[in-house]
Ligand binder design. Structure first.
Ligand code: SAM
Ligand code: SF4
Length: 336
């Protein structure tokens, strides 16, 4: 599937629910997402049908996200269904990890290949502050469970926020003794972020990836350790996407940087997004959306859905700007 600017589109990110068992200050309001009638949300069978049709159009990789995907009833069955869909080569999941210890085995058995676990700080009190309710030990248990069942790779995603003063070097060191791939994500102005959900995005809070890497190398030097070394284009873990990877000499894992703000990767963007309420969203940073829920629901034939997918890739923006204008929908609604 090629969009109107010649970009190959083979990657679909699906927000399976906008609900979550946490309330991260930059992502959700304290009281959770505003109530929406249940029938506005795509059902598991509708999502599975969309994936089957999207695979016919050329989608090869699917990531399930949210909100928190593991709170969606039927998520294990959805993983199984997608993993068995002809054409789909890879199914992955982005999760806060809270429910992962008890679900990792079933998810692996259902065909999930790999996980990204989000954790923004290593400090237990700060973790509770950022998530407004989480306990960091649960995330460490999720990491252990993921390695134990054999997800590969296991990635740790940390959003870098200047005012949080995170221990980047401490995070990076998680990649040394175990095959963990720690990725730092630049804080992005998504979802009325300039105030709507708590801490609120500000330009100063976004730390460019290069600065994070310099901080890590400085701390490494202070401790007498070698700096991060570039691993080259093919040296990163599977499903690298736009991240650029480095490693400490002799480490089992890697350290990656996702610089959506300081260094656009729009020219090679291969993604479409499906929101929990059935809109195809061609760009995270743009509120352009095309409704596909009615077509999935009203017994329309597959060709109607294919036409809507075509319409969505036809309006995929060339690139996003860094103005900080934000988007109307929050990350938890779009699927981060
Ligand atoms: N609940 C799951 C989780 O936390 O991994 C999946 C959904 S969450 C929206 C996906 C990712 O988006 C998380 O790593 C989260 O930290 C990140 N995220 C949310 N808001 C963001 C923002 N404004 N800028 C950058 N990343 C953000
Ligand atoms: Fe929930 Fe993930 Fe958003 Fe945190 S970042 S509130 S865990 S959806």
């Amino acid at each position: 599937m090629i969009d109107h600017l010649g970009r190959g589109i083979d990657y679909l990110r699906i927000s399976v629910t906008d609900k979550c068992n946490m309330r991260c200050i930059y992502c959700m309001p304290e009281e959770g997402v505003p109530f929406r009638p249940h029938d506005e949300m795509l059902r598991i069978e509708e999502i599975a049908r969309f994936v089957r049709i999207a695979a016919r159009c050329g989608i090869r990789k699917v990531r399930l996200t949210g909100g928190e995907p593991l709170v969606k009833k039927g998520i294990v069955d959805l993983v199984r269904d997608i993993a068995q869909t002809p054409g789909i080569e890879d199914v992955s999941l982005t999760t806060n990890g809270i429910l992962l210890p008890q679900m990792a085995g079933d998810l692996k058995e259902a065909g999930l290949n790999r996980v990204n676990i989000s954790m923004d700080t290593l400090d237990p009190d700060q973790f509770h502050y950022v998530t407004r309710r989480g306990h960091i030990d649960d995330v460490f248990r999720a990491i252990d469970a993921s390695l134990a069942v054999g997800f590969d790779p296991v990635k740790i995603n940390a959003v870098a926020v200047r005012s949080l003063h995170q221990d980047f070097y401490g995070f990076a060191k998680l990649s040394i003794d175990r095959p963990l791939h720690v990725r730092f994500i630049e804080y992005m102005p998504v979802g009325e972020s300039s105030g709507g959900s708590g801490a609120g995005w500000t330009e100063e809070d976004t730390i460019p990836a290069e600065e994070i890497r310099a901080i890590i190398n400085e701390r490494a030097a202070e401790e007498g350790h070698a700096p991060l070394q570039a691993v080259g284009k093919d040296g990163g873990p599977a499903g690298s996407g736009p991240a650029v990877y480095y490693t400490f000499p002799g480490a089992q894992g890697t350290v990656g940087f996702i610089s959506a703000m300081s260094n656009h990767f729009c020219a090679s963007c291969n993604r479409l997004r499906l929101t929990a309420d059935g809109k195809i969203r061609p760009c995270l940073f743009s509120d352009l959306e095309v409704d596909v829920r009615s077509a999935l629901r009203n017994n329309s034939d597959d060709d109607a859905v294919i036409a809507i997918i075509g319409e969505a890739i036809g309006i995929k923006p060339k690139e996003h700007d860094n103005s900080g204008a934000g988007t109307v929908r929050r990350m938890s609604q779009i699927g981060g």
